[in-house]
Structure formats: structure tokens, C-alpha cells
Design a protein around this ligand. Structure first.
Ligand code: TXA
Ligand code: MG
Length: 330
């Protein structure tokens, strides 16, 4: 399958097929929200279970409002401030949104992507599209067009919009009346959301406990590279190869439907070297995981430093901890 233009991608969408599209976070696998066959094709292409809801990408607030029960002042203020951008708002859906998109939940996740080509496709299409990240279920997300080609073995057309500027998925924020909760951390932090709502004077409370039934897709493992990744504390000084092999022996084959890659023995490993700057680290994270997993070593290692537990790193650490087969702290 070839690289295609934004116009060709729109025609693919109009024919109820799926297409890879660039966004500022990661590449998405897009399909029309009003076509059940396109939506089913998204799930089957990704081998994604139907319990995991899709994010709907909208051109603007007007399209967003057309898909929800009510567009509350909190949603309005956050969309004004952060859209187009990496913030997904989870709101009560209306009957325009099929159960395939929402996985049977009463809510829908909406975001306006900040990438000129994604916006152009939304303009040409004249309606929203659904797009999860363009990777197989449980795997590392794509941040370059070539990653999408590789992931789906050349079977999916993709619009080349360059390297994704942010590199990890959007922040997913649930808004239920005046109660907010972060369902997935991303580039936009709780503090930034808090600041906007305080500035416009909108009352809200934060809920830290997330009801798993209302927020599926929070699997223990996700974003996994094609070689096992181990997150290892820098405190561990003993023979790391020995330790990795002991961990390997006790790994289960599958966790919550995600298969763990298990070589017979680990003889060599490569270390993931992330920038100390979290913005830069996020941008390169998935690309580095893919590159290292293509190399010759049997496993990947990420060394956990104290500063990785700071708020600026929370989204990156969430990805790394889920991408890891095991976290070795002591
Ligand atoms: O940055 C992004 O958000 C990317 C780009 C392509 O826009 N998309 C993305 O989609 O990451 P996906 O499907 O890989 O992750 C969407 C996650 C779901 O797994 C789920 O956790 C959450 O968003 N989500 C979507 N709709 C939801 C809903 N109605 N209620 C709760 N969580 C929802
Ligand atoms: Mg994903």
C-alpha cells in the first residue's frame, strides 16, 4: 500500500475503508464514524478487542457538540484553550455515536488534532472520523508514517505527515458534571487543566479513583515493543543479565489478552537512552523502542532514575511501565 495525499486519504475514508493519518501525538488509523463496516475494520485491522472505545476526531467545537448530550462550560473552556491539541474530552454521548465507538459506554472521547494534514482531511470529509493509534493491539504506537507501513505489513495506506511533534498519545480527561478525572496522562498535565479552569472561574473537583468499567483500555500492558523491555532501578548493581533471566522465567505468557514476548534466554540487552528533557524524551520514545527492538539483542532495558517519578514524566513513565514486561525495583 502506498503513501497517499490528504485528498486520497479522504476518498479512502469515503469508501468506508481505513487509512493511516498523522496527528501531533501519534499516527492514527482512521475510519468514518457513520460506517459500521469502517469501524469494524479499524478493530479487525488492529486486532483490538471491542471493549476498548475509539476516540472521535473532530474539526472544531461545533462538530464536538453535535455528538454529545450536553456541552458543559468546562468542556467549552478546555476546548477553547487546548484545541486543536493533545486533549481528549470524555463526555456523555448522544445517539449519533454508535456503540461500536463507545464500546457500549454512555460516553465518547473527543479531540481536535493539531496537525495540518489531519485538519485538512477533516475539512475535506466534512464529518468527524474515529482513529485509535495505528498499531496492533498492545504494541508500540507509531510516530512516523513508515512505522504504520511496517506495523500492518504494507497493507494500509498512510498519509506521510513527518515525525509526530509530541510523540505520545493525548491526555484523556473524563468530565462528568463537575467531576474530572485523568484516564490517561499525556502532554497536557492536570496542573495545566486546573490553571485554565481556575482562570475562568469554573468550579470542579478531581476524582482520583477511576471506575475500570467506565474506563476500559487501561490494561496492565500496552505499547509493548517486539522485544521484552525491563524497567530496572539504577539501584540494582548485581549481574543484570542473571536478574533478567530470573525475571523472564516467571513471566506469564499473556496478561489481560496481551501476549508477552519471551525469548528462551537473554544473552544480550540494549539500553533505552532517553533525553533528560521530558518533551524530547516523549517525542523519541516510541521510535527508539521500535529501533532497539529491531536490533540484535534479546531484550531492552530502561534504567529508572529518581527524576522519572516527577510530574513532568508521568505520561512517559505510564507508557514505559506498561510497555515493560517487568519492573525491577530491588
Ligand atoms: O493521541 C491520541 O489520542 C491518539 C491519536 C491517534 O489521536 N489516539 C489514541 O487512541 O491514542 P487509542 O485508541 O490508542 O486510545 C484511546 C484510549 C482508549 O484505550 C481508552 O482508554 C480511552 O482512550 N477512551 C476513548 N474513549 C473513551 C471513553 N468513552 N471512555 C473512557 N475512555 C475512553
Ligand atoms: Mg493506542
Amino acid at each position: 500500500m502506498p503513501f497517499v495525499s490528504a485528498l486520497e486519504a479522504t476518498n479512502i475514508l469515503k469508501s468506508n475503508q481505513v487509512v493511516g493519518i498523522p496527528t501531533e501525538t501519534v499516527y492514527g488509523l482512521a475510519g468514518r464514524i457513520y460506517s459500521n463496516s469502517a469501524l469494524k475494520l479499524i478493530f479487525s485491522t488492529k486486532k483490538r478487542p471491542f471493549f476498548d472505545p475509539l476516540i472521535v476526531h473532530v474539526r472544531d467545537k461545533i462538530q464536538a457538540r453535535s455528538l454529545v448530550e450536553s456541552w458543559a462550560p468546562i468542556a467549552d473552556a478546555l476546548a477553547d484553550h487546548f484545541w486543536p491539541g493533545p486533549l481528549t474530552l470524555v463526555l456523555q454521548k448522544n445517539q449519533e455515536v454508535s456503540d461500536l465507538i463507545s464500546a457500549g459506554l454512555p460516553t465518547v472521547g473527543l479531540r481536535c488534532p493539531n496537525h495540518p494534514m489531519a485538519l485538512k482531511i477533516l475539512d475535506y470529509l466534512g464529518e468527524p472520523f474515529a482513529a485509535p493509534s495505528a498499531n496492533l493491539f498492545g504494541h508500540t504506537s507509531p510516530t512516523e508514517a513508515q512505522h504504520v507501513i511496517d506495523e500492518f505489513k504494507n497493507q494500509i495506506a498512510v498519509v506521510d505527515g513527518g515525525t509526530c511533534a509530541i510523540g505520545i498519545e493525548s491526555t484523556v480527561l473524563s468530565i462528568h458534571q463537575d467531576t474530572l478525572s485523568i484516564l490517561r496522562p499525556g502532554a497536557i498535565t492536570l496542573n495545566q487543566i486546573e490553571e485554565v479552569l481556575n482562570t475562568v472561574g469554573l468550579f470542579h473537583v478531581w476524582s482520583k479513583t477511576v471506575d475500570k468499567r467506565l474506563s476500559p483500555g487501561q490494561m496492565k500492558h500496552h505499547y509493548m515493543p517486539a522485544k521484552p523491555l525491563f524497567a530496572v532501578s539504577t539501584k540494582i548493581k548485581d549481574d543484570l543479565l542473571d536478574r533478567l533471566n530470573r525475571e523472564l522465567k516467571v513471566l506469564p505468557d499473556q496478561v489481560e489478552g496481551v501476549t508477552l514476548i519471551k525469548p528462551k534466554k537473554i544473552s544480550t540487552y540494549s539500553e533505552l537512552q532517553l533525553s533528560k528533557d521530558p518533551t524530547e524524551a516523549a517525542r523519541n520514545l516510541y521510535s527508539q523502542l521500535r529501533t532497539l527492538a529491531r536490533g540484535d539483542s534479546d531484550a531492552l532495558v530502561f534504567r529508572i532514575e529518581d527524576y522519572h517519578q516527577e510530574q513532568a514524566w508521568s505520561a512517559i513513565w505510564e507508557r514505559l511501565s506498561k510497555a515493560s514486561s517487568a519492573i525491577i525495583k530491588d
